[in-house]
Design a protein around this ligand. Structure first.
Ligand SMILES: [Zn+2]
Length: 409
């Protein structure tokens, strides 16, 4: 008997979670449509929606003229949607762009985002600074604590989301830090932590203005490379939290030494910002004639924006370096697409903002794709935004603490 009870409880939780997810992703939506999509009975929908209304999470709205099709003419449909300011979430990234904090509403609309000048050097001090800034931010915005669904914090490196642990921080080599617990004890808010690129992927999954497919890959070309995957609305984390570390697939046997792992010929050693900058430093050192000497504030250490500027001015040396980087990136991307066959790959990164790099990447990728993958995959470029991971960490809070139901053990 006990087992039957547990199963019923579990089904109730699952139904509630599915209903919330449909309203979040498809709302405003009618009760009848939810019932049809989930194959649940109308009374189940009615009861759950009533609960959500009572909790102040969703509200009833009437369809606007734009939503009225021919079939509904003359009938008023009552639609259900989330109340944007029912809850808020805090997202943080401690990464290569510094300490970035944002506050979003339940629909992941940004209320405020800010960059802080604190140095991310010592763990305890960094946690103290995050807690202090969050407290100040909430006071400034006048948002009551009970409206905060939680905090999410993103780091480059290996993160165990379930355990709330930063297993290995790529910036300061922090090891096994119980981040979620440490931030909770400082702020009182429930906290979740995840890898920065995975947060970007979750941010896209939760976008209110654009419904993403259930399965997609998110490829970030930054200092390093990362390609997390969302598979059937679940972030694929792998058994050892290291899934999506595509930067270390070997694409050139005996190729350049990878700046991150030390192996030879990793994709990251050729196509990452670090690798491109290293090759540019090398040509400057070797006194190869290049515009880098003119455009860089410090030609011995070219920055990625300066390198892109030299490419834009058609500097032959820089164009060749960039073409190499993008060509191998395209080969790596084709391998990934052939392997998992996602309907969509979202490409992010500063080197992928210009049209010529985008075109070369698409051309090389398509050339290396197998069979139907060529026409069936959609490759989309998103504008560079340094707050993407912080926003994604906040989106993870909404997903984990608002949409998902706490399952009973
Ligand atoms: Zn490597």
């Amino acid at each position: 008997m006990a087992r039957t009870g547990n199963n019923l409880e579990r089904i109730k939780y699952q139904n509630k979670e599915s209903i919330k997810e449909i309203i979040y992703k498809q709302g405003p939506i009618s009760r009848a449509e939810i019932a049809e999509m989930l194959q649940l009975t109308p009374p189940t929908i009615t009861t759950n929606v009533a609960d959500l209304i009572q909790q102040g999470m969703v509200y009833e709205c009437e369809n606007t003229p734009a939503q009225e099709g021919r079939h509904t003419l003359g009938r008023r449909r009552v639609l259900i949607d989330f109340i944007p300011d029912a809850k808020y979430a805090i997202g943080i990234e401690c990464g290569y762009h510094g300490m970035l904090i944002c506050l979003v509403d339940i629909r992941c609309n940004v209320v405020i985002e800010r960059k802080y000048e604190d140095r991310i050097e010592y763990y305890e001090e960094t946690m103290d600074a995050v807690a202090r800034h969050v407290k100040e931010l909430l006071e400034e915005e006048g948002i009551p604590r009970e409206k905060i669904a939680g905090m999410g914090i993103a780091f480059p490196g290996f993160v165990d989301q379930d355990g709330g642990i930063l297993r290995y921080g790529a910036i300061n080599k922090w090891k096994d830090k119980p981040v979620a617990q440490d931030l909770k004890s400082r702020t009182g808010f429930v906290c979740v932590t995840e890898n920065n690129v995975r947060c970007c992927a979750i941010g896209e999954e939760m976008r209110a203005d654009r419904l993403r497919p259930e399965t997609f890959a998110y490829f970030l070309v930054s200092r390093g490379l990362g390609c997390p995957m969302v598979i059937r609305n679940r972030l694929h984390v792998g058994e050892m939290t290291g899934a999506g570390e595509v930067g270390h697939m070997v694409v050139v046997p005996k190729g350049p030494v990878c700046p991150t792992c030390g192996n030879r010929g990793c994709l990251e050693g050729i196509s990452s910002e670090q690798a491109i900058r290293e090759r540019c430093r090398q040509v400057v050192r070797e006194k190869v004639p290049t515009l880098l000497n003119a455009v860089c504030a410090d030609p011995s250490d070219p920055q990625i924006d300066e390198i892109l500027q030299a490419q834009n001015s058609r500097d032959h040396v820089v164009c060749t370096i960039m073409e190499d980087a993008i060509t191998y990136l395209g080969i790596g991307l084709a391998n990934i697409i052939n392997f998992i066959s996602p309907p969509l790959v979202i490409m992010d990164g500063r080197i992928l903002q210009n049209a010529q790099n985008q075109k070369l990447l698409i051309d090389v990728t398509r050339k290396n794709l197998f069979s139907k993958n060529v026409e069936e995959v959609n490759i989309e470029f998103v504008p560079f935004n340094k707050f993407r991971a912080a926003r994604g960490a906040a989106a993870l809070v909404i997903k984990k603490f608002v949409l998902e139901e706490r399952r009973q053990a």
